[in-house]
Design a protein around this ligand. Sequence first.
Ligand SMILES: Cc1cc2nc3c(=O)[nH]c(=O)nc-3n(C[C@H](O)[C@H](O)[C@H](O)COP(=O)(O)OP(=O)(O)OC[C@H]3O[C@@H](n4cnc5c(N)ncnc54)[C@H](O)[C@@H]3O)c2cc1C
Length: 476
Amino acid sequence: MSDSSCPTLRFSSESREFERLRTRYFNGRVPPTTPAIICCPKSTAEVVAEILVANNRGTKAGVRSGGHLFPCTSLVQDGLLIDTCELNRTIEYNPKTRVVSFGPAVTVKELAHYLTGISRFFPFGHSPSVGAAGFLLAGGQGWFLRGWGCTSDTWITQLEIVTASGKTIIANKEQNSDIFWAAPGSGQGFFAVVTRIWARTIPAKSIFDTTIVLDTTGIFKPLLKYILRKCDELPKYGVDVAISTCYADRDAKGTHDDSNDNRVLINVNCTAYADSAEEANVLLKPLDSISESYKNCMLVRVPTEKRTWADLWKIQDDFAPSGGGERWQCDSILNDPQVPLDQLVDAITPALQDLPSRLTVGFICVADYYPDERDQALSLPQKYYISTMSCWRDPRRDQVMRKWMLDTYSRAGEVSCGQYAADFDATQRMSKIMTDSALTRWLEVREKWDPEEMFVGHRGFSDILRKECIMPKHKL
Ligand SMILES: Cc1cc2nc3c(=O)[nH]c(=O)nc-3n(C[C@H](O)[C@H](O)[C@H](O)COP(=O)(O)OP(=O)(O)OC[C@H]3O[C@@H](n4cnc5c(N)ncnc54)[C@H](O)[C@@H]3O)c2cc1C
């Protein structure tokens, strides 16, 4: 039922649209949490109107853009869900400043199409359907992160924000700089609505990639150590390295959750951003030679080829399918830089090798990124981002899968300095998402901008400072 007192599209639970909108998430495992109202504002003024009504009524709120956060924390029981799917859905480029601006739910695919059309680039995310605001509030592990850092760091120049008191503000390094500082790394905890984003751009180049697939049977740990050392030989600028693990029958036809093939493969995918094939070959040269000890386990080598974004998205979509009843969970660690490689590999091997279902993927992003907490709340060092995205279809497996993740990442957590904010799940394992000093400052900024706590996604963040909550015993 839409409410005619307000121009914004608003839906209550009696509406036919309500359930479709409530479950508009990448994850098929949407919790039963039911907001009182879901609204889809088209303009910043409509967001302001929604916030003022919520403010008067003391309603709690959540915000959704692309809907990729696996725990679906934008759903607030009996609260307001502000779905930005229609909000300011335009992309504009200013040729004088070379800055592009766009709405919060604009996707990677839309940004890439637009920017390719004008031969410009900034590092958006890898998956075509990820929303801009959620991606940037997590920090944004965008393309070519090793050289440029997270996208929030040096690419995002300004945000338009509607605050919990219903004010529209511009936030950048000069104006409202505290909320601009707090946004990257907030993830689900952000305490206002991002309504528009500005990013600087550079001239576009071409993308080239190469992949090696290796069978890890009997040699998982030494092979992984070898690959991680090899990655250090690759130049930092213009080269991405993604290492993933999966069962050999991952792409088999059928909907079965269990693997029938106990071989685990490692895929090493390297992408270069270059002006020519010759330049790409120079950037990716260290991968040309593989030690004699591991040559026998190499199953495939895809030579370096020029790619389109669409080619890369197809690989992404095949690796992370959605919309077919897939149920997802993710946990991650950022490795503690003090922990030696042998100890790190011992601790993370179960997360990457003992995969709990056929569609589950282990992942290492070689990030090589060391942010400065004076610049942004996103502050933990990211040499390696190590994660497992577990996927299954049978809802009866939910408990078993969650227990696997908790057990496996409690172990991996021992060699970590925290986790990426996008993977924070207060109902599962608690881990740091910022340094303690950044989080202390972040909590103060949050309190200043949302003293009545309209936005509740941050709940659980303050518990992170209590050391005993970092590694809870099994909660299941
Ligand atoms: C298949 C897949 C691939 C991914 N690839 C990458 C990747 O390459 N790099 C990377 O860094 N991450 C990646 N992620 C993680 C992803 O960036 C995060 O899950 C991110 O939060 C998704 O943003 P979203 O807008 O799509 O999700 P949403 O679920 O809509 O948003 C996540 C949270 O952000 C907040 N939020 C969203 N929009 C707003 C807004 N307008 N104003 C205020 N708060 C808001 C809300 O608290 C919300 O709960 C990937 C995730 C998936 C599922």
